[in-house]
Design a protein. Sequence first.
Length: 229
Amino acid sequence: MNTVEDFLQAEKMAFNYGPTEIITNLVLAFVLGLVISYIYKKTHKGLSYSQSFLLTLVFVTVIVSMVMMVIGNSLARAFALAGALSIIRFRTVVKDTKDTAYVFLCLAGGMAAGTGSYFLGVAGVIFISIIAYVLNLTNYGSLYKSEFILRMRVQAGASEPEYSGILEKFAQSSDLLHVEPSGDGSSSKLTFDIVMKKGGDPAQLSHEISALSEVTEVLIIASKNDIDY
């Protein structure tokens, strides 16, 4: 029993953190990591979502908390850890620049938890999470709001496009974004931005347009406000 107490006392003297403080710091870092990863999952847009990156956010927060406790107030330990960590190479490319901000948030949360700045860590993560939610809900920075991208190939020579009536039936708005004629001039590939009417079925829209004789190819992509023009 004395051996265990001596070991814990030696740990506290070496790192300025007792067992209770260490466990508290690590648990808080873990909770902050979960909150940050949850906010990232809820506000993520696009096709670059990765469960591995989500787990990495949690790990980074806890690991940084541990690193800060190891460093403590020792400048020598800080330089030693910097030298040791410099040999690590990360080859994964961050596809979304917003992901980098979440990594920095995890670093800040882990540093706050590891140094015992509990209020700063909790308040900072909550405040930034609110900002992330507000920016996501308002779609701040988007150049073009869209629900679906409709691409279809239409044969040339049609006097009155039949697809126009179908678009008016299903779409609240339909804006022509791009026209790409074929090499021989026999057809054109059209790209529309579609905002569906309430209760509109994109599958039914695709079915009715594809049934037209003048249309040979139909493709509908759910953009969810992520495709900007």
